[in-house]
Design a protein around this ligand. Structure first.
Ligand SMILES: [Zn+2]
Length: 404
């Protein structure tokens, strides 16, 4: 015989409270499911002959029972374990029938309503949330399974592959997800990041363009949208944002690689992401966009030579991030405002994110500095991603503990 486990310490102190709660709580909710299962029974039968099976089949049909198993009365035959839920008012009829017919049975549940209510009471006592914000060991209502079960957390947005030919971008996004999943248990920094922040990852921003760079033109940069007047396809998805749209560093000509599009957010990819970010502008604290190549860590502004209001925070985050990156393989990154570090460009996602209230907005220009350029060999994916992870983690940790 098993002895009951005696709760110790804090649990012991909590238990009576919970029981007290149960006692007062259950009667209030005794109309769970409108009390429709009051007196209902669940009965187990195992027919010992085909004759018994047929008899059960007939009585079940007559009484409109709820068969728990097997799934249909047609599957009841000799030796079949048969569990049947019988409404309270029919259970006496069934039981006396079984006794008369000398068919063996066991009552598994004698009052279904009571069991449902007991479980419901216990559920209310259990912690619905765990350290991760979601308790995987309790049942959740549809509402809890949906949005409302997620506690409020700040978030980081990461996108890769705005420009199709910069293949190291999507490779990094995939790498990031892999690392997050594989090192959550072993790496305290990763655990802290994932516990305290949501990460929204878009592995391939410009899907059509990326595909085209595999099938037709390895050096395709833009989207693949059609133009009504020109034969040229595509818009530069990093010039299509509603921030100084189509000003300096962007082109009005549809055949140019930096074509800004017919109007801001003309590209469905840009429109969708802008909509997503706009809706979560208060929640998202960092916007990270991955490009190649130049080995630079850029922050706003792109469209003008000016200092951002939270320059010191962003600048120190960038400084620490490039140092962390360099610590892996000695690869040096330049960092600074995009306008003065790279070139002036308007309508970029980074500027847009910053202008829409995301305080940490960065664009990475990954390896290399031009030796292979867009054709960065696959052998360099691992070192590039490894060092970039250090920078991303550094920025994220900065976000968690320092200024915004
Ligand atoms: Zn790019």
């Amino acid at each position: 015989m098993n002895l009951p486990v005696i709760p110790t310490g804090r649990r012991a102190a909590l238990l009576p409270l919970c029981l007290l709660f149960l006692k007062t709580w259950v009667p209030v909710h005794s109309y769970l499911y409108n009390n429709r299962y009051a007196g209902d029974k669940v009965i187990r039968l195992v027919p010992e002959s085909e004759r018994e099976a047929q008899a059960l089949n007939a009585i079940f049909h007559q009484l409109t029972v709820d068969l728990w198993q097997p799934s249909s009365i047609f599957h009841i035959s000799e030796g079949t374990v048969t569990d049947v839920h019988v409404p309270g008012n029919s259970s006496q009829i069934l039981l006396s029938y079984l006794q008369q017919a000398n068919i063996k049975y066991t009552i598994i549940i004698s009052d279904l309503q009571k069991v449902i209510e007991k479980q419901s009471g216990l559920r209310s006592c259990r912690n619905r949330r765990s350290v991760l914000g979601y308790n995987y060991e309790v049942y959740h209502s549809l509402e809890e399974l949906g949005k409302r079960s997620r506690p409020y957390k700040r978030a980081v947005w990461i996108d890769c592959g705005i420009h199709a030919r910069e293949w190291i971008g999507p490779a990094f996004c995939q790498w990031f997800v892999k690392e997050a999943l594989q090192t959550y248990q072993s790496d305290p920094a990763m655990r802290r990041m994932l516990n305290q922040l949501y990460f929204y990852i878009m592995p391939v921003f410009n899907v059509d363009g990326y595909h085209f760079s595999w099938t037709n033109d390895r050096f395709w940069r833009k989207t693949r949208s059609k133009n009504s007047q020109f034969r040229c396809h595509g818009v530069d998805a990093n010039r299509n944002w509603k921030v100084k749209w189509c000003d300096e560093g962007a082109s009005f000509h549809p055949c140019d690689d930096t074509y800004c599009g017919p109007f801001p957010e003309s590209e469905p990819e840009v429109k969708a992401v802008a909509h997503f970010l706009r809706k979560r502008r208060k929640q998202i604290k960092a916007y990270l966009s991955f490009h190649a190549y130049a080995q630079m860590l850029l922050y706003p502004y792109s469209y003008k030579y000016a200092t951002i209001p939270n320059f010191s925070c962003v600048e120190s985050a960038a400084y620490n991030a490039v140092n962390a990156l360099q610590s892996a393989y000695g690869i040096r990154y330049r960092y600074g405002p995009a306008s003065s570090t790279l070139y002036v460009s308007s309508g970029s996602s980074m500027d847009w994110a910053y202008k829409n209230g995301i305080p940490y907005a960065f664009a990475f220009e990954l390896r290399d500095t031009g030796h292979f350029g867009f054709l960065l060999p696959e052998t360099l994916i691992k070192p590039t991603c490894t060092e970039t992870m250090l920078a991303v983690k550094n920025i994220t940790m900065h976000l968690l503990k320092k200024c915004h």
